[in-house]
Design a binder for this molecule. Structure first.
Ligand SMILES: Nc1ncnc2c1ncn2[C@@H]1O[C@H](COP(=O)(O)OP(=O)(O)OP(=O)(O)O)[C@@H](O)[C@H]1O
Ligand SMILES: [Mg+2]
Length: 395
């Protein structure tokens, strides 16, 4: 074996960092060329009926009577609609339905305030990005106007939506919340996605600057002292355009996360049901509680309508995990979402090709795997949607 060879630590990691980045860029270019544009599949009639909240037979009848948009007819007479056509169907049903309820287009009505959901936890890998991406897309598929904000400089949520900050040089929220005169209106950094009702503020590494700028600005200006209001003020500029904003927070409790929480009306804490994750979460809650208390004392208007914990990557056959679930049910009671998100290879495999489960075709997976995952996801997302609607006073 012999003595370990000497090496310069900094030279070594700089070299390896650069080499990994170069090779990854190569891989990315091969798998996802810079000009690649994300498209969206068509949705089979059963899925469309499910997201619209009507029976497949009613939807079929509409088509047979020549009403509403014309679906694509595939083999064996199977009908497929685009996401745009799903929205057309919503408008059609509200216009021609028997009731006056206008329930198919669920846009906000006067008096219903913009819902801002922050997905947080400082434990890395607790499922924040996966949860935020699927929730935002589910809300869009169920007819809401959604803005999803990637607040993590690592930009995983942006990557999932086809943005590659290293190659595309996309803007980020930093452009809208920075302290100097380069600040731009938030509408400049909102970009379309492949889902018709979903828009995104992507992220890039520059976002991290906010963590450095804020303490400096605090020493010299009131703007810095009131750092927490920056996102809220920016969002107010586009309040009319959206029903729900979903924020994917970074895995740290810095100024970005605090800014998100001050702008939020609700908080979703994602947690994997294992002892170490739970211990880390309890530390997070204690720190967060103290931070929020101190910025509230300085005048930050933190007003959260609801807080929920979401169990992520749950494996029902794993005994220690089910024990942890029981423990959390006892301690968190009301605040624990009834539906946990199951661990599924469908989610992680879809992630490998930068897709969500709502984007992939059912036929790419074994039927059971796909159905189990999508059922669990829909259950979680409909439960969260219910809370949003309750915050609007609809139920
Ligand atoms: N339900 C699930 N089933 C299987 N894999 C999952 C599931 N949820 C998340 N994952 C995988 O776990 C990994 C971490 O998830 P994710 O990126 O959502 O966590 P995160 O909390 O955003 O992480 P970070 O703290 O680094 O931002 C990802 O590779 C994702 O594909
Ligand atoms: Mg993440």
């Amino acid at each position: 074996m012999g003595a370990l060879p000497p090496f310069e630590f900094d030279e070594k990691i700089l070299g390896q960092g650069a080499e990994i980045s170069r090779r990854l860029d190569q891989l990315r270019l091969e798998n996802f060329p810079p000009d690649a544009k994300k498209t969206l599949r068509r949705f089979p009639m059963s899925e469309v009926a499910h997201y619209l909240g009507i029976s497949p037979n009613n939807l079929k009848r509409l088509h047979l009577e020549g009403k509403g948009p014309e679906p694509l007819i595939a083999a064996a007479g199977r009908r497929f609609y685009t996401a745009e056509q799903m929205m057309e169907l919503r408008h059609y049903l509200d216009k021609n339905g028997r009731s006056d309820a206008k329930k198919y287009v669920p846009f906000r009505k006067p008096g219903e305030k913009l819902q801002v959901v922050a997905v947080v936890n400082f434990k890395g890998g607790s499922g924040k990005t996966t949860t935020a991406a699927h929730l935002a897309q589910h809300l869009a598929l169920t007819g809401h106007r959604v803005l999803v904000v990637d607040l993590d400089p690592q930009a995983s949520l942006s990557a999932l939506h086809g943005f590659q900050p290293e190659l595309d040089g996309n803007p980020s929220l930093y452009d809208a919340i920075r302290y100097d005169d380069k600040r731009r209106p938030i509408s400049d950094v909102i970009l379309p996605t492949n889902f018709p009702l979903l828009e995104i503020i992507p992220a890039n590494l520059e976002l991290q600057e906010f963590e450095f700028d804020t303490p400096l600005s605090m020493q010299t200006s009131n703007e810095g002292k009131r750092f927490y209001s920056r996102l809220g003020r920016s969002l107010a500029e586009v309040d009319e355009r959206f029903d729900v904003v979903v924020i994917d927070c970074p895995p740290q409790l810095g100024f970005l996360t605090l800014t998100a929480l001050t702008a939020s009306t609700s908080v979703l804490v994602t947690v994997h049901p294992q002892m170490l994750d739970l211990m880390s979460m309890s530390q997070f809650l204690l720190m967060l509680g103290n931070f929020v208390k101190s910025i509230r004392e300085k005048g930050a208007p933190v007003k959260i309508d609801w807080l929920r914990y979401l169990i992520t990557r749950f494996e029902p056959t794993d005994v220690p995990q089910t024990r942890m679930l029981g423990f959390m049910q006892t301690v968190l009671a009301e605040e624990l979402l009834k539906n946990p998100m199951l661990k599924s290879t469908a989610i992680s495999d879809a992630g490998l090709t930068k897709q969500t489960l709502y984007e992939v075709e059912r036929k790419s997976f074994s039927r059971d795997t796909y159905d189990r995952a999508i059922e669990a996801l829909d259950a979680v997302n409909f439960e969260v949607q219910g809370l949003i609607h309750r915050a609007w006073g609809r139920m």
